[in-house]
Write a new protein. Structure first.
Length: 423
């Protein structure tokens, strides 16, 4: 950790244990925890912005709330200005609260409708005993003007303001006690595009004036590129890639980052006919995430074992087949209903096995030699009701490093991706 590091997050975890249902209690079943955040590490430098991006449900907001101790971590450490948050005394916790703040996604939901704008901004000053009542009132009016509102609006209620004005009030409240660090959780996603630019410019000006450090959480990549010094790309509770903003956008290393960037609309006519590779399948459940690399179930370039010869399309489909068998969604009944009369023709090791003769409807590309033998053997085992044997047969032949080894970042201080393709 460098001397300029204000926030240091190391292997942060936040898991949620769900409430047991009546059947769970009756049959004494235990549900695995929801791994919202599962081993996140990064640093934020004083006066700089780290953008945290990813699909909805990947754990971005939970990360921000856990860093601010709004949620108790399951594991890992968070250091603020060199001190572990979990080790702070009551006095130090109050000082930590004063030096940090949060701006939420929905400004109206985060403002008390029974309090005026002035009362909302004054509240942190009152909690931390900052100044007299007159001084608190003067500072609140000054902050209203600083965020682009009028001191005359001091006694108005939240419903009397537009969405952009409400967010300005929320920002003024966060600035009231002169913090050093703010978590900005989708601060402009609920606003009109024209208002978004105004709020982003305001945040940039405030950062310059007050030397603030930001954790800017968003799913809009163009916004993140505009405001961030560094970017961390999050997927299913993990950091997939982290690095300087321009490096992430111009030289992405992780397949997930590349897919996210491909999904961004382009304004150039020359790129209107570009081919877009979209991600297949849904995001896996954080309750039961994939082993090894979390992205492997959707990755377009899964690494096959070094001793087999198979093209990526066929390998991807074999992986999907294995997942269906292991999940129990492909059963002996399914195999019986799709078995071809020609399935047993010839010797598998001596011929190319087509889709219909290997596993009807599952493998679109032809498989050869031992690859075809393994798939055909697994089909027979599953058809005979031996699901575990089918699982082991396919695993022995097709298991990838992406399944059993969790990729790590080689360089956490510069630009790195947690991907086996990078090692």
């Amino acid at each position: 950790m460098s001397e300029d590091t204000l926030v240091s997050v190391e292997n942060l975890k936040k898991h949620y244990t769900s409430t047991k249902t009546l059947p769970d209690r009756l049959f004494r079943r235990t549900s695995p925890p929801i791994k919202a955040v599962d081993g996140v590490s990064f640093e934020i430098t004083a006066g700089k912005t780290l953008g945290l991006v990813g699909e909805s449900g990947c754990g971005k907001s939970t990360t921000g709330e856990t860093i601010l101790a709004l949620r108790s971590p399951t594991g890992g450490t968070v250091k603020f200005d060199g001190k572990k948050i979990g080790d702070l005394s009551d006095t130090e916790v109050k000082n930590f609260r004063r030096r940090t703040g949060m701006v939420f996604q929905d400004p109206f939901a985060s403002l008390n409708p029974r309090m005026t704008a002035g009362q909302i901004i004054r509240e942190p000053l009152s909690v931390h005993d900052v100044g007299t009542q007159d001084e608190q009132r003067d500072r609140s009016k000054s902050l209203l003007k600083r965020v682009g509102l009028s001191a005359d609006q001091y006694d108005r209620y939240p419903h009397e303001f537009s969405g952009g004005q409400q967010q300005r009030i929320a920002i003024a409240r966060a600035l009231a006690v002169e913090p050093d660090f703010l978590v900005l959780d989708e601060p402009v996603s609920a606003l009109d595009v024209s208002v978004q630019a105004q709020i982003l410019n305001l945040l940039a000006d405030l950062q310059t004036d007050f030397g603030l450090a930001y954790l800017f959480i968003a799913h809009d990549l163009s916004v993140v590129r505009y405001v961030s010094d560094r970017v961390a790309v999050m997927y299913l509770g993990n950091i997939a890639e982290i690095g300087p903003t321009e490096a992430i956008f111009e030289r992405p290393q992780h397949p997930y980052t590349k897919a996210l960037l491909e999904s961004v609309p382009r304004a150039r006519l020359s790129e209107s006919d570009r081919e877009i590779t979209t991600l297949e399948d849904d995001v896996p459940s954080p309750r039961n995430p994939p082993s090894g690399c979390r992205f492997r179930t959707r990755c377009p370039v899964v690494i096959p074992p070094t001793d087999i010869d198979i093209d990526q399309t066929a390998y991807r489909e074999v992986m999907d087949l294995r997942e269906r068998i292991e999940a129990g969604t492909l059963t002996a009944t399914d195999v019986d209903s799709t078995t071809s009369n020609t399935a047993d023709a010839g010797t598998p090791s001596q011929q190319s096995m087509t889709a219909n003769s290997v596993w009807p409807g599952e493998i679109s590309s032809s498989l050869h030699g031992d690859n075809a033998v393994a798939v055909k053997t697994a089909r027979a085992e599953l058809r005979d009701g031996n699901r575990q044997a089918a699982i082991e047969t396919l695993r022995d032949r097709f298991e990838t490093v992406c399944e059993h080894d969790r990729p790590e970042h080689s360089n956490k201080t510069h630009h790195s991706a947690a991907c086996h393709l990078r090692h």
